[in-house]
Design a protein around this ligand. Structure first.
Ligand SMILES: Nc1ncnc2c1ncn2[C@@H]1O[C@H](COP(=O)(O)OP(=O)(O)OP(=O)(O)O)[C@@H](O)[C@H]1O
Ligand SMILES: [Mg+2]
Length: 230
């Protein structure tokens, strides 16, 4: 595996076609070393979710080059994306996106089973990461029976389970109060540092900026130097 987690050169993304075309990313150059804990900061509409979606193998770039641990992101068939996503990515959303009918351990185990884990091995790994996020006594609870912070901790556990090399988080604290948001962010940092994941967190939450090894600023589809960021 490459020791560069992310390498983007002149990456663009255009939504739609013809008169309706909109260029959301206008030539992103970015290199992230394996093991870095990054924050991606920028105003609404600047392209953060678009960039995360390309890194997360949800969307393909329109032009330019992108590499994830040496694997090409550009010029891939649509059908390649889910496999890449399962191998490389753990995703944490703004809302927890847990499945309400599944228990916490089943929510964490489910993506592992998609990756080929047996039910037994998936549940064992799920319990280990739920324990690591402080939810040892909640394995069998449904998401509705947890607090917002606990649900987001399950989402953190689900993202890191099975050790995908890159964890992407799109405003993971947006639905939480300040103190809970800070606790979840510190937990995410601690767990991913211990386990050696590379992390990119999109956030507006300036209280958590200091957790980043490096912050990258995006405006109007381009990476800008910190001094130029608004
Ligand atoms: N599916 C789509 N079709 C057309 N335009 C889109 C689509 N998704 C996003 N856009 C546009 O691309 C631009 C970047 O959107 P994106 O969601 O990446 O921004 P963002 O930085 O995540 O914003 P926010 O902070 O509000 O979540 C916006 O102008 C948006 O309107
Ligand atoms: Mg967004």
């Amino acid at each position: 595996m490459s020791d560069l987690a992310i390498e983007l050169k002149g990456l663009t993304k255009t939504y739609g076609e013809g008169a309706l075309a909109f260029q959301a990313l206008k030539g992103i150059d970015l290199t992230v070393k394996a093991g870095e804990f990054m924050m991606l900061i920028g105003p609404s509409g600047s392209g953060k979710t678009t960039l995360l979606s390309i890194l997360g193998c949800v969307l393909s770039p329109t032009s330019g080059e992108g590499y994830l641990f040496g694997e090409k992101l550009h010029g891939r068939k649509e059908a390649d994306l889910p496999g890449l996503r399962l191998s490389y990515i753990g995703f944490i959303f703004q809302g927890h996106n847990l499945m309400p009918a599944l228990t916490c351990e089943e929510n964490v185990a489910f993506p592992l089973q998609l990756r080929g884990y047996s039910h037994k091995a998936a549940i064992a790994e799920a319990r280990e990461v739920l324990d690591a996020v402080g939810l040892k006594d909640k394995f069998k609870k449904l998401p509705d029976d947890l607090s917002g912070g606990q649900r987001q901790r399950v989402a953190v556990a689900r993202a890191v389970a099975g050790k995908p090399p890159l964890i992407l988080a799109d405003e993971p604290t947006a639905a939480l109060d300040a103190e809970t948001g800070m606790q979840v962010s510190m937990l995410l940092k601690k767990l991913t540092t211990e386990r050696g994941h590379t992390v990119m967190v999109v956030t507006h939450d300036n209280r958590i900026f200091h957790l980043a090894d490096r912050s990258v600023f995006i405006e109007d589809g381009l990476i800008v130097p910190p001094s130029a960021a608004h």
